[in-house]
Design a protein around this ligand. Structure first.
Ligand code: KG4
Ligand code: ZN
Length: 339
């Protein structure tokens, strides 16, 4: 089964060709960071228009990199939600039209399912079941992944996502959008312990998170002082430590409570080196194994959508012809039907 995957849920246009026997054959991505940077965040209308411009050349490129003709594609997978509705509609309309013209099935994929299954693209993939810490710009969840399509959310953020907290704090520190990776880099030159941030929700039972207070704490730390390079780095360090501590401790509790043998990190914040190192320690201490997808498979990409689509199509899942996209769509609810 060979599937073309298309991801357009936010500010990356990404396409890939995945083959269930031969693995990932090609992947291409166009990041819109430069387009949105002047605005300090994603401008939805600009995102949609840019997806329109980029999709066809990227698909041509991915097919050519994979040395495959449209005839050898068995289906088209696309991100059907959640995300920016205009951006999603561009990808969904494009993918369904292509599939229709090629006489092949199309399948709408939940963006978070893509993230959760991305570790399966690695040479040593985790077996099912596994515990996933899914940390992206829009979501922060601990998910029990029993099998493809069997996801149980054990806990999630009550307000800001971890990536959102990184991005907002980065903005306060004068770093360009999207600030997560830049903040992480700045934190490396900062001192630990100069600023101590709260570890939200750790004093409570349950596996939910709350990150909105951390950006306020960062604001308070910066207020009324000369914000030189040293202060910025120290705040970045303190902030990152608080986020990593909180995510890691909740992941540890979920791992122990569920008796899981495998811990997977997924989503853009999963690219964070400190978080990866800490989760590795936690898995080891709990007698489990940690799985860390390569960085480009943590952040948004087309490969994870192609893979999820291939698994669903190979399992016989078929959808109608309707172009379907949902801005809001909770994982594990209301399968995408296309009807
Ligand atoms: O999964 P993703 O690419 O897109 C969404 O589905 O949201 O995640 C993007 C998020 C952004 O908030 C970005 O700042 C954050 O992941 N991010 C990082 C790092 N790299 C990306 N956060 C912390 N440390 C990083 N190294
Ligand atoms: Zn994502």
């Amino acid at each position: 089964m060979r599937v073309l995957g298309i991801e357009t849920s936010c500010d990356e246009t990404a396409v890939a060709v995945f083959d269930t026997t031969r693995g990932l054959l090609s992947h291409r991505l166009h990041s819109q960071i430069a387009l949105h940077q002047a605005y300090g965040g994603v401008v939805p209308e600009l995102a949609s228009r840019d997806h329109v411009r980029r999709l066809l050349p990227l698909v041509r490129g991915a097919l050519s990199d994979a040395a495959c003709l449209p005839e050898s594609i068995d289906g088209v997978a696309y991100t059907a939600g959640p995300g920016l509705i205009g951006a999603l509609l561009v990808g969904a309309g494009f993918a369904r039209s292509l599939a229709y013209a090629w006489g092949k099935p199309a399948v709408g994929i939940h963006h978070l399912e893509g993230h959760l299954l991305a570790p399966l693209l690695e040479p040593e993939p985790p077996a099912f079941p596994f515990l996933a810490l899914l940390v992206s710009g829009g979501h922060t969840q601990l998910v029990d992944v029993a099998a493809v399509g069997e996801y149980r959310i054990l806990g999630q953020t009550l307000d800001d996502a971890a990536g959102e907290a990184f991005d907002k704090t980065a903005k306060m520190l004068g770093l360009p959008y999207p600030g997560g990776a830049a903040l992480a880099q700045l934190a490396e030159s900062g001192r630990s312990g100069r600023f101590s941030f709260p570890r939200p929700m750790l004093d409570r039972p349950g596996l939910d998170f709350s990150f909105s207070g951390l950006k306020t704490a960062a604001l308070v730390a910066l207020r009324g002082r000369v914000v030189d390079e040293e202060v910025r780095a120290d705040v970045a360090r303190g902030f990152q430590e608080a986020v990593v501590d909180t995510l890691a401790e909740k992941a540890r509790r979920a791992l122990v409570a569920g008796g899981h043998r495998r811990l997977v990190v997924a989503g853009g914040v999963g690219a964070n080196a400190r978080l990866r190192a800490r989760l590795g320690e936690i898995a080891r201490d709990a007698g489990a194994k940690g799985y860390f997808p390569r960085i480009e498979c943590c952040t948004d990409n087309g490969a994870m959508i192609a893979l999820a689509g291939a698994l669903r199509l190979a399992a016989g899942q078929r959808q109608g012809l309707a172009v379907e996209a949902r801005a809001n769509w909770e994982l594990g609810t209301g399968e995408s039907t296309g009807d």
